[in-house]
Design a protein around this ligand. Structure first.
Ligand SMILES: N[C@@H](CCC(=O)N[C@@H](CS)C(=O)NCC(=O)O)C(=O)O
Length: 254
C-alpha cells in the first residue's frame, strides 16, 4: 500500500483517506474495505498510530484515523459519515440495508460495537492499561491516545463490564442469525456491519500470521485484552471467517 503525507494530500482533489500505517488497524482497514467494495478510488494518507500527527491536524483538524476527505468537503471521521460517503460515491449493492427495520438494527449494533464508548472503545481502554498503572502513566506522557480516549485506572475497570455487556448482546444477535441460517449479521446479504466485525474481531481472536501479519507486540496486546473478556463464542469467529472467505481480501496488506 502506497501512502502520501497529509501535506501532499492537502492540495489534491478526489478522495483522500488518512489511515493508520504499518498495522492492520481495524478502523482504517474496515474503512478501506468499504471503499474498495464500493469501487471507489482513493489516495492513502499517513496517520501514525499514537503519534502527534501535526500535519494531519493542520489539514483536517483531526489527529486519529480514519479520516475521509472528498474534494473540498469537510473531513469525515465517524464510521457512519464515512459509510454514507461511500454509499453516495460508490457503485454496486448497498452496504446499508434498504429495509428500515434492518437499517435501524445495523446502525444500532454497529454503534454498540465501534461507536464512541462502544465495545471497541472499551477494549482499547483495557489494552492501553495492560501494562499496569505505572506503565500506563509513563506511556500517557508520550502517547496522546490515553487522553484522547479517556483512559484512567477507573475507566479501565468499568471498560471490562461494558465490553462484556455489549458482547453478550452481540453474541445473542449472531446466534439468532445462525438459527435463521444466515451467514450475515443483518438479513441475508452483506452489510457494512459484517465488514466492521470481520476486522474488529481481531481484538477477540487474531487471524493467523499468514493471513494478517502484525507486530508481535500488537498481537500480544490483542490476545491479552481478548482473554480478559473470557472465552470468545466460536460462532462469532466462524461468522467473520466466512465473511473473509467470501467477501474480503486476505492476506491483509497495509
Ligand atoms: N473517529 C472514529 C474513531 C476513530 C478511532 O478510534 N481511531 C483509532 C483507532 S484505534 C486511532 O486512530 N487510533 C490511533 C491513534 O489514536 O493515534 C469514529 O468515530 O468512528
Amino acid at each position: 500500500m502506497e501512502y502520501i503525507t497529509p501535506t501532499q494530500a492537502q492540495d489534491m482533489s478526489g478522495l483522500r483517506l488518512a489511515l493508520t500505517v504499518a498495522v492492520p488497524a481495524p478502523y482504517s482497514m474496515s474503512a478501506r474495505a468499504i471503499f474498495d467494495i464500493k469501487h471507489i478510488e482513493y489516495v492513502a494518507v499517513t496517520q501514525q498510530g499514537g503519534g502527534q500527527n501535526e500535519e494531519l491536524i493542520a489539514w483536517t483538524g483531526h489527529r486519529n484515523a480514519p479520516i475521509a476527505v472528498f474534494n473540498n468537503e469537510s473531513p469525515r471521521t465517524g464510521w457512519l459519515e464515512i459509510l454514507n460517503l461511500a454509499e453516495r460515491l460508490g457503485s454496486g449493492p448497498g452496504l446499508i440495508p434498504t429495509d428500515i427495520e434492518q437499517r435501524m438494527q445495523m446502525v444500532a449494533l454497529t454503534n454498540e460495537l465501534i461507536g464512541e464508548n462502544g465495545f471497541i472503545w472499551q477494549m482499547r481502554l483495557i489494552m492501553l492499561g495492560l501494562g499496569g498503572s505505572q506503565a500506563s502513566a509513563a506511556a500517557a506522557k508520550k502517547n496522546p491516545m490515553f487522553a484522547d480516549y479517556g483512559f484512567s485506572e477507573e475507566a479501565k475497570v468499568q471498560a471490562l463490564l461494558r465490553a462484556q455487556t455489549i458482547m453478550a448482546k452481540f453474541t445473542q444477535h449472531v446466534s439468532r442469525q445462525i438459527e435463521q441460517h444466515s451467514h450475515y449479521l443483518i438479513g441475508d446479504s452483506l452489510t457494512a456491519l459484517d465488514i466492521y466485525w470481520a476486522y474488529f474481531s481481531q481484538l477477540l481472536k487474531t487471524l493467523p500470521h499468514e493471513q494478517c501479519p502484525m507486530p508481535v507486540s500488537l498481537r500480544q496486546a490483542y490476545d491479552a485484552s481478548g482473554k480478559r473478556l473470557g472465552d470468545c463464542p466460536e460462532q462469532l469467529i466462524e461468522q467473520r471467517d466466512w465473511i473473509f472467505a467470501h467477501h474480503l481480501k486476505l492476506p491483509m496488506d497495509f
